[in-house]
Write a protein that binds this ligand. Structure first.
Ligand code: FE2
Length: 130
């Protein structure tokens, strides 16, 4: 499965948020690598826990910048839906059978689509991105 690779096409014009997106990309890549290496369930669980807590931290930093945007609440709803989804993985107690490739495909496509389509558009509207 293809790993996420950050490049300037993902930039939202704020170094702090770009750095957080890079960290999220690398956390998801670690999960994918760990899964394909067939690491033990405990390591996978820790990676999922770390991802969930970092996602919370990241979304709240991002939302602080986006409050003035007219689509602020629908943006937050997208964040909330994603958080709910990854919590399902946590509840499933990740193991070799519950974390299937489609789970990773979802994480990869959601994050890259969201950053490209939603974050960039909203940060641009607020003047952070040319
Ligand atoms: Fe976002």
């Amino acid at each position: 499965m293809e790993l996420l690779q950050w490049s300037s096409k993902f930039s939202v014009g704020i170094a702090k948020i770009d750095t957080q997106h890079q960290k999220l990309f690398s956390m998801i890549n670690m999960l994918i690598t760990s899964m394909s290496n067939q690491d033990d369930t405990t390591s996978l669980s820790w990676l999922v826990e770390d991802l969930i807590s970092y996602v919370h931290y990241h979304f709240s930093s991002e939302e602080n910048y986006l409050r003035a945007h007219p689509m602020y609440s629908s943006h937050c709803q997208e964040h909330h839906a994603f958080t709910t989804k990854i919590k399902e993985f946590e509840l499933a107690k990740p193991d070799q059978t519950s974390l299937k490739p489609d789970v990773f495909a979802f994480l990869v496509s959601w994050l890259s689509d969201h950053v490209l389509a939603r974050d960039r558009a909203h940060f641009r509207d607020l003047g952070y991105l040319l």
